[in-house]
Structure formats: structure tokens, C-alpha cells
Design a protein. Structure first.
Length: 130
């Protein structure tokens, strides 16, 4: 290795050492620039990751709400079905009661008619009329 003894800065280094030093400095600057690029990309990815996390949270919340609404809809439908069955039973009971009353009125009317016929008929026999 030859030592370069020129009055320039770094002249005390051997020529290959100077070359290695300057190459390493250039490499260091390149790596620093790449590091800044990687850091910028990392920040970009972090922002994108935050956005995606927000969308995921929003979607998860919507899904939970839909499940709750679905469950409440099932519960409401079941409750409505029970109420409908109860009302159907009440209406059916009222209709049967009305039918029974109608039959009683028909029987009572027929009895009254029959009783009127009988009384008219017996009265006629009493008077001697056929």
C-alpha cells in the first residue's frame, strides 16, 4: 500500500483507505436516504393501517348492531306471535259465546212460540173450539 502524502485533507491515508472511507461515507448517505424513505413508507403504512382499523371497527360495530336487531326482531316476532295467539283465543271464545247465546235465543224463541201455540190450542179446547 502506498501512502499518499499530498497537502490535501486526508492525505495521510493510504489511497485505498481514502477510497474505502469515501465509499463508506457515500454508502452511509445512501443508507440514510433509504432509511428516510423506509420511515416515510412506514408512516404511510401506519396511517393506512389506522384507516383500515377504523373501518374494521366500524364494520364490527355494524355487524353487532345487525345481530342485535336480528335478535330483537326474532324476540319481537315471537312476542307478537304469542300476542296474536292470545287474541285469537279471546276472539274464538267470544265467537263461541255469541254462538251459544244465539242458540239459546233461538231455543227460547221456539219455546215461546211453542208455548204460545200450546196456550192458544188449549184455550181453544176449553172454549169448545177445535
Amino acid at each position: 500500500m502506498a501512502i499518499n502524502i499530498s497537502p490535501q485533507i486526508g492525505s495521510c491515508f493510504p489511497t485505498s483507505a481514502c477510497t474505502v472511507f469515501f465509499l463508506s461515507r457515500r454508502r452511509q448517505r445512501e443508507l440514510a436516504a433509504k432509511s428516510l424513505q423506509v420511515e416515510a413508507r412506514s408512516q404511510s403504512y401506519q396511517v393506512e393501517m389506522g384507516d383500515l382499523k377504523g373501518k374494521l371497527d366500524s364494520t364490527a360495530q355494524q355487524l353487532a348492531q345487525l345481530k342485535t336487531e336480528s335478535t330483537s326482531n326474532v324476540t319481537e316476532r315471537k312476542k307478537m306471535q304469542e300476542e296474536n295467539d292470545l287474541l285469537r283465543g279471546i276472539v274464538l271464545r267470544q265467537m263461541k259465546e255469541q254462538a251459544r247465546r244465539d242458540q239459546e235465543e233461538q231455543r227460547d224463541g221456539k219455546r215461546a212460540y211453542d208455548a204460545g201455540e200450546l196456550s192458544a190450542g188449549t184455550g181453544g179446547f176449553r172454549n169448545g173450539c177445535p
